[in-house]
Design a protein around this ligand. Sequence first.
Ligand SMILES: NC(=O)c1ccc[n+]([C@@H]2O[C@H](COP(=O)([O-])OP(=O)(O)OC[C@H]3O[C@@H](n4cnc5c(N)ncnc54)[C@H](OP(=O)(O)O)[C@@H]3O)[C@@H](O)[C@H]2O)c1
Length: 322
Amino acid sequence: MAPISKEPRPAHAVTRAAFLKGAATAVAVAAAAPLVKAMPAFAAEASGLALRTVPKSFEGHVKLPVIGLGTRSMSKTDAKAVAGQAQVITTLLDGGGKVIDTAANYTGGDSEEVIGDALAATGKRGMAFIASKYAEQTKAAGEASILNSLKVLRTNIVDLMFIHNMVAIDTQLPVLEENKGRALRYIGISDTSDRQDELEKYLDRLDFIEFAYAADMRGAEKRLLPAAKDKGVAVLVALPLGRGRALQAVKGKQVPEWAKKELGVETHAQLLLKFVIGHPAVTVAIPSTLDPKHMQENLAAGRGPIPDEKQRAKIAAIWEGA
Ligand SMILES: NC(=O)c1ccc[n+]([C@@H]2O[C@H](COP(=O)([O-])OP(=O)(O)OC[C@H]3O[C@@H](n4cnc5c(N)ncnc54)[C@H](OP(=O)(O)O)[C@@H]3O)[C@@H](O)[C@H]2O)c1
């Protein structure tokens, strides 16, 4: 993936000078991490995965593949499970994907460790874009969480850090802002509850938001998705498969022939992912899986035709009638 392209700079893009000026104010956690001097040089991809621009990236030139990986269920339960999870991560990266979404508290706190270990073992840290999160009340606890993420992810920068589930935003947003450009490349807030529309209030201060959106759960289309597009804030979509609920709803049914023909999908999971990435405000969908075959299948949804509004309406109708 090439960050430096000849595309015109989007209106929301942050200049390098402005980025570094902000970085100069960083304190606390930042002291433990070197100043970021440049964005990583992602290699050009031949994977065929669709790419989406991060609007507030350096000169608007950073692009991410539309399918990533959620790691909510990754944990160090036993060696066999860890090996399988490492294989999922390798499958993502070798297939041209980049975004790995984790959190300080996923599966008892060791999802980040699984990712850090897998990337260190394979030497693939440079191929990944790691998004993590924390939910802490105090400034000291927020900074400690960032430091711990750096340590267990075995990196000197977390590509994207979210305030998890909108916890203590007034305290934690300044912490993220102080450390942007040092320990953290981008900052955001996540929420998947029925309060997720409140993310809109903070868009001016954020690079990314993360929330729930799926063909059978389209509430974000009313305000959040258009607002993110309008403000130039990148979007990670959590629960794009409805945490399995949307797949359960069509169990035993055939994927419609029109969808196979027009969109090149073979499975309902791919159809659900196509629906999500077909929305123009969506940057990356992050379905979670512990199964390398499902990872392959999910990546394939990021290749080939992307549905237009008419096709997206037809996909949604499948779940309306399910
Ligand atoms: N507040 C927040 O910030 C927040 C909240 C929730 C989630 N998230 C993020 O969003 C990610 C995704 O959410 P989620 O895990 O709750 O829901 P999801 O991605 O919608 O669904 C995951 C489920 O779908 C299954 N699956 C994945 N690919 C499949 C395929 N190709 N075919 C059949 N089944 C498939 C997985 O099982 P297998 O393992 O068997 O594939 C898993 O049970 C999380 O991992 C997390 O990173 C963030």
